[in-house]
Design a protein around this ligand. Structure first.
Ligand SMILES: Cc1ncc(C[n+]2csc(CCOP(=O)(O)OP(=O)(O)O)c2C)c(N)n1
Length: 657
């Protein structure tokens, strides 16, 4: 295997082809244990090799959209030997990361940012008067995102030198959706796109002899026409698309945006890719190269199941089968959410489900399958999803936006301006609220309590288990206000789910374990969402050490149960808040604000995530341990606080509720 990008430039075409085979093997074998974005990376092997053949990072800049497909780039730059540590504790991050390598000029994890970032770099380069190449690589689904269009609108009149590569594999995580996807398909099936062939032939003829890359191009010359006209053509079956307009697509859209369109070309044809990129380097006009790739190329299982292998867990290298799940593993929260949606929709025809390109991740695939007419996939378009939901809500519907906590950040203004300000009954199911451990900081959902609790009209809840998630979803469908439910990634607690969900009283906490005896130091633990289990464990440990420990399930971060918090605040010698969220502005902060208003002076220990971006790790437990979100650390902190502050024990007898 190669030693860095300089080495890639020395290889012959057949060696490059060998290299693509080796990289595929490394991807397939290397990710089998840890999982990761196998399919997208198998699709860009040749493209990434060609990029490193033609350009010189870190001087030239590659900006990857989402950057989940940058593994090959990592292998080809300075991280080959660490590749098998990817997404694991102290290992490589699964996305491009500026702090990881000078070859990663721009970090990402959220979709749709690459064109804007690359354009910013191109503008800066032009201002500096330097000549590095800025290359943006974005997927067909990134084009369903508004920011990409905002950038496209801006490119033509901002710079003359901008190379963008549209990596079109027809898939988002699920099958790509919408008019843009149809448009790209029409472009692909248009037999009249010979423009590249002409340009390209002229270009190849003008090339100086002896140049290694150009020899490759000449070698390709016989093949590239075939590549353009045959390889990768997708037959839609009928030329009349579902939109009824039919006909062929034309690249006029990109050209009207002030970009030169080249393609579509076969994204697995190395010489063609290399020659095309060489050509792009000479262009004094923004250019978009439409490259057709196959997600999962080289691994049978990934070709058969592109959605699963977009981002897969561990698998068997031979068969692609997932590793067996332990028999007693509770269901995932996302599946509970999706199955509950089906049940709720069956009973109430005002409810619909909306996803921004995440049918499996959010669990809404269950609704898609059972009741497709109540399901909307709007593409990677969180802002649109939220405003679309707001529109439906004005017409008497109860739309449920199922969006990961981290991706909902993208739609903050829409939540504020469209939903909360108009006090519309949109329901938000925020999966991955908490850590998304092996994804890392781009995907951790640690900020939603803070960004939501300052907005008027909000009802915000966090279930302690899957049964309560169902109650909360049911309760949300009975509200006339914006309602937000945050729950974590992965397996739920394993509690039984009632047949008939319960309507919860808004703003009412649940007392799980009350104070039981007097004459002991009293600690009240408020454990929010999944941290309630930690609070219960800590209570048992504290009780064993002679404390009287109460546990409350706050359920609501807004409105807070002022009565319960005040009661326990005054009754206890010490309060502990536990949350799977940033401490800054989170649930514990809300409790402190309430205590300040109610003149509760009891000391408060807050357990949650510190004021820093949390790195990735193999498991959530490792990070919780490192940052002290454990029962053991809670107990230790309580004891230290008692010792340090010499907290006086409440002298009067407590009326236990
Ligand atoms: C704002 C945002 N929403 C959703 C996602 C989840 N997501 C990650 S990759 C992806 C699909 C990307 O598809 P495409 O851009 O075509 O690239 P491909 O994986 O097909 O190479 C989605 C929806 C995200 N990363 N960012």
């Amino acid at each position: 295997m190669v030693d860095g990008p300089a080495h890639v430039k020395k290889l012959t075409l057949s060696q490059l082809q060998e290299l693509s085979g080796e990289i595929r093997e490394e991807l397939i074998a290397g990710l089998a244990k840890s999982g990761g974005h196998l399919g997208p990376n198998l699709g860009v092997v040749e493209l990434t090799i060609a990029l490193h053949r033609v350009f010189n990072t870190p001087r030239d800049k590659f900006v990857w959209d989402v950057s989940h497909q940058a593994y090959v780039h990592k292998i080809l730059t300075d991280r080959k030997n660490r590749f098998r540590t990817i997404r694991q504790t102290d290992g490589l991050n699964g996305f491009a990361l500026r702090t990881e390598s000078p070859h990663d000029c721009y970090g990402a994890g959220h979709a749709g940012t690459a064109l804007s970032a690359a354009l910013g770099m191109a503008a800066a380069r032009d201002k500096n008067g330097t000549d590095e190449n800025i290359v943006c690589i974005f997927g067909d689904a990134a084009l369903t995102n508004g920011i990409s269009f905002e950038a496209l609108n801006n490119i033509g009149h901002t710079t003359k030198r901008f190379i963008s590569i549209l990596n079109d594999n027809e898939w988002s995580i699920a099958k790509n959706v919408g008019a843009i996807s149809n448009y790209l398909n029409k472009l692909i099936t248009n037999p009249r796109y010979n423009k590249l062939a002409r340009d390209f032939e002229n270009f190849v003829r003008r090339l100086p002899k002896g140049d290694v890359a150009m020899k490759l191009a000449h070698k390709a010359e016989g093949g590239f026409k075939g590549a353009i006209t045959d390889v990768g053509l997708r037959q839609t079956g009928s030329l009349v698309d579902t939109d009824g307009r039919g006909g062929y697509g034309s690249p006029v859209f990109f050209e009207e945006m002030g970009m030169r369109y080249l393609g579509p070309i076969d994204g697995h044809n190395l010489p063609l890719l290399i020659s095309t990129l060489e050509f792009a380097k000479t262009c004094d006009h923004p250019i978009v190269i439409h490259v057709l790739t196959q997600k999962g190329k080289g691994f049978e299982a990934a070709l058969r199941f592109p959605e699963k292998f977009h981002g897969t867990g561990p698998y068997d290298v031979k068969t692609g089968d997932s590793m067996p799940v332990k028999a007693d593993t509770p269901p995932n929260y996302q599946d509970v959410m999706g199955q509950t949606m089906v049940k709720l929709c069956q009973k109430n025809n005002t409810i619909v489900g909306i996803t921004a390109a995440m049918p499996s991740g959010t669990g809404l695939k269950h609704l898609e399958k059972a009741m497709p007419d109540r399901y909307y996939d709007v593409g990677i378009a969180e802002e649109h999803a939220v405003i679309f939901a707001a529109g439906m809500a004005t017409m008497g519907f109860h739309p449920v936006c199922a969006i990961y906590s981290t991706f909902l950040q993208r739609a903050y203004d829409c939540i504020h301006h469209d939903v909360c300000l108009q006090d519309l009954p949109v329901i938000f199911c925020m999966d991955r609220a908490g850590l998304s451990a092996n994804d890392g900081p781009t995907h951790h959902g640690l900020f939603d309590i803070a960004y939501l609790r300052c907005l008027p009209n909000v009802i915000a809840m966090a279930p302690k288990d899957e049964d309560e998630l169902v109650d909360m979803m049911f309760t949300a469908t009975h509200q006339n206000h914006p309602t937000f439910i945050r729950y974590p990634r992965g397996a739920a607690e394993g509690v039984p789910i009632k047949d008939q969900p319960k309507l919860l009283e808004i703003g009412k906490a649940e007392v799980i374990r009350n104070f039981s005896s007097n004459g002991k130091r009293k600690v009240a633990l408020f454990g929010l969402g999944p941290m309630n289990a930690i609070a219960r464990q800590a209570a048992v440990q504290l009780a064993a050490e002679g404390f009287d420990a109460a546990v409350v399930n706050p359920r609501f971060t807004k409105p807070l149960d002022a009565g319960a918090h005040e009661f326990f605040g005054k009754a206890a010698d010490m309060i502990v808040t536990l949350e799977d969220h940033a401490l800054m502005g989170g649930y514990g902060s809300a409790v402190l604000e309430l205590f300040s208003e109610k003149a509760v002076t009891t000391p408060v220990v807050r357990i949650g995530w510190p004021d820093q971006f949390i790195e990735h790790a193999t498991t959530q437990d490792e990070l919780r341990k490192k940052y002290g979100l454990t029962a053991e650390n809670t107990v230790a902190k309580v004891k230290a606080q008692f010792a340090e502050a010499a907290v006086p024990m409440t002298s009067k007898l407590i009326e236990v509720a």
